[in-house]
Every structure is written in C-alpha cells, then in structure tokens.
Design a protein around this ligand. Structure first.
Ligand code: CP3
Length: 333
C-alpha cells in the first residue's frame, strides 16, 4: 500500500504523505528549459516523451509520494473539438463553441484525440521512479470547464449575467461534459491512474443553483470514479461550505483551499483531508514557512492528512523553499 492509500483507505494518521498541486511546472528550471523550445502548450501536453519527463521532474528532485500527470483540465474541451490556445502572459483562450460539431464527437474520436495522455499513464505506471507512489490522473469539474467553454478565457474579473442567458446551451454542455469526463476518467484509470483528482478551480464563483452547477454534476463523477474502485479527491476551490460539500458529494478525500479554517473544519469532518497551505507562504522566509507548515501538521495530527497546498504552486517559487518544505514535513514527528 502506498503512503497516500494508507491515509485514504486505512485512515492512518501521522504519516503525512506529500505532493504539490502544479508540482510539474514553471517554478522548475528544467521545466522552463523544455518550455523554451516548445511554445505550443497543447502540443507539449500531447508530446508523450516530454510529458513523461516533465511529470517525473518533481519526483526526481523532491521524492514526492505522488506524481500527477503533466496535462491540463482544458484537454477535455480540446478532445471534444473546441480549440484551445495558451497565450503568453494571458492564459488560456478557447475558440468558438460550435455545438453541432462538439455534439457529433464519438467516444472513439475523443479517445483518439487524447490517446497520448493515456499512453503517458501506461508508460509511467511501471516507472522505477514511482515505486510505492501514486499516479494521479485528473479532470476539471463540469462547472469549471463550463466556465472556460462559455467564457473562453479565465474569468479573472468574475462572470457577467450574460454567462447564464442561454440555458439550453448550458444544459447541453453539462450533458456533454458528464459523458466525456466519464470517458476521460475511465481511460485514465484503465491506463494506470491510481487516484483521480477533480479540480473545481472556479467553484467559488457559483452564487446560485448549487445543485445544478456544483453538487449534482460532481456527485455523478465521484460516484463514477468510486464504481471503478479508485479513490477520488475533490478540490472545490473557494466554496464557503466545505462541510456541506463533503456530506453531499462524499469524495474519498477533500482538498481544502487556504481560506478554510482547518481547526474549525476538522470538528465536522470525517473524511481524509489534503492541502491548505497558502502557496504565497513559499515566497516568504524559512522561519515563517516552518511555522505555517507545523500549524497544519499539528491540527491534523490525529486525522488522515496528505500534505499539499491550498492552490497550485506559484511560478516565482524558489526551488530551495520547496526542498525546505519537504524536509520539514518529512522530519515532523
Ligand atoms: O499539477 C501538476 O503539476 C499537473 C499538471 C497540471 C497543469 N494544469 C499543468 C499546467 C494540472 C493539474 C493543471 C490543472 C489546471 N489547468 C487547472 C486546475 C487547477 C488550478 O490551477 O486551478 C486550471 C484552472 C487549468 C487551466 C490553466 N492551465 C491555466 C489557468 C493555466 C495558466 C495559464 C497562464 O499562462 O498563466 C494553465 C497552464 C498550465 N497548466 C501550466 C502548467 C504547467 C503553465 C504553462 C506554461 O508553461 O506557461
């Protein structure tokens, strides 16, 4: 059993496995080196050899307890046939929604479009570097993907009321996403993913119809992952009621963001917890880093807990601070 499985299945405490969201990314010089000569981010995600190398970069440096595949939540809209581009200093930019076209994609077309991701997983599955470690596959939650597919850029300034005006369109996209996210989950598990994480990065933007946009679509996917015998981690970033979310959706583990008060949460929660530390703390100093890490480890001393951040690691993070973080977590008794 891997350390994370011990937490998830045996509910072991005091082992503190660790990995970091966005651990394969821009704070690593070896990633930036590859990125320099690979301007097209989608192509890079589909380049099996490089994606494998990038996935393993943080494992080789820090010995994390899990590798998360180098891919992106927007590979699903791409796989269905919406164009996706990443523009420098701007973020993702998606093409027009041609629902006629997207609705005609078959399971086989979709699987073919993303086949390199599944090959990446099956290659990594037997990697020497991942002995006794988990291999995490992931998806974006339906709400977050709906946001990108309709808004077509990151909703950094929130959503306009216009976003909700075409209810037929919204319902069709949610149906489409439920279908293809399940296919993507199944393909990743068949290829070797040992855990699935569901990223709902924009869940905090939901202000109404929580059943429709948050609970129902996430529950459908969580139940699907469980039916395949694999643990599922949810990260509904920015929601106000994590306790209600876990009671309704019942993931195997909940990843908290840095605005959650862990002390209060733990009183009401009976499932394993992951994450919490504000990634900005890695930009401060070592004393502060230690203090904040110990705070989380103390609070979760008697609770199954996987150390992680409250959102993805920031590109400006110094590698040295990550070594420090790993050492503090590993040496905590
Ligand atoms: O965690 C990992 O190391 C695995 C890989 C991973 C990436 N994206 C690689 C990536 C994962 C799990 C994601 C998930 C993802 N992608 C989310 C959910 C988590 C979150 O951060 O909220 C979201 C919202 C996306 C969409 C996305 N992809 C955004 C908003 C961006 C940033 C764009 C920018 O220019 O700032 C990306 C790009 C991206 N995805 C990078 C990486 C390593 C950086 C690409 C680069 O080199 O420019």
């Amino acid at each position: 059993m891997t350390p994370i499985e011990k937490c998830l299945i045996n509910k072991s405490t005091n082992i503190n496995p660790i990995w970091l969201m966005r651990q394969a990314g821009r704070y690593l010089p070896e990633f930036r080196e590859i990125r320099k000569s690979n301007q097209d981010f989608i192509k890079l995600c589909l380049n099996q050899t490089l994606a494998e190398e990038i996935t393993l970069q943080p494992i080789k440096r820090f010995g994390f307890d899990a590798a998360i595949i180098f891919s992106d939540i927007l590979m699903v809209p791409y796989g269905i046939g919406q164009t996706v581009q990443f523009k420098k200093n701007f973020g993702p930019s998606l093409g027009n929604l041609e629902l006629d076209k997207l609705g005609n994609i078959t399971k086989n077309d979709f699987t073919e479009n993303l086949s390199s991701i599944y090959k990446l997983l099956s290659n990594l599955k037997n990697s020497k570097d991942l002995e006794n470690k988990d291999l995490i596959g992931f998806i974006g939650a339906p709400w977050t993907l709906l946001v990108y597919m309709i808004n077509r850029v990151s909703p950094k300034n929130g959503l306009s009321q216009d976003f909700f005006k075409d209810e037929v369109l919204i319902n069709e996209i949610l149906n489409l996403l439920d279908k293809f996210l399940k296919i993507h989950i199944q393909n990743q598990i068949n290829a070797g993913a040992t855990i699935i994480q569901i990223f709902d990065s924009w869940a905090g933007l939901i202000q109404k119809d929580f059943d429709k946009f948050l609970y129902n679509p996430t529950l459908s996917l969580v139940n699907y992952v469980k039916s395949l015998g694999v643990p599922v981690i949810c990260f509904p970033r920015g929601i106000s009621d994590y306790v209600k979310f876990t009671k309704i959706v019942k993931p195997s583990m909940i990843n908290i963001d840095y605005n959650v008060d862990p002390k209060n949460l733990i009183k009401y929660l009976d499932i394993p917890v992951q994450g919490g530390l504000d990634p900005k703390i890695l930009l401060s100093n070592k004393e502060n880093l230690k203090k904040q890490i110990i705070k989380y480890l103390e609070i979760f001393k008697d609770h199954p807990y996987v150390f992680n951040l409250g959102h993805g690691i920031l590109p400006e993070t110094q590698v040295e601070m990550v070594y420090e973080l790993v050492e503090i977590v590993r040496n905590y008794k």
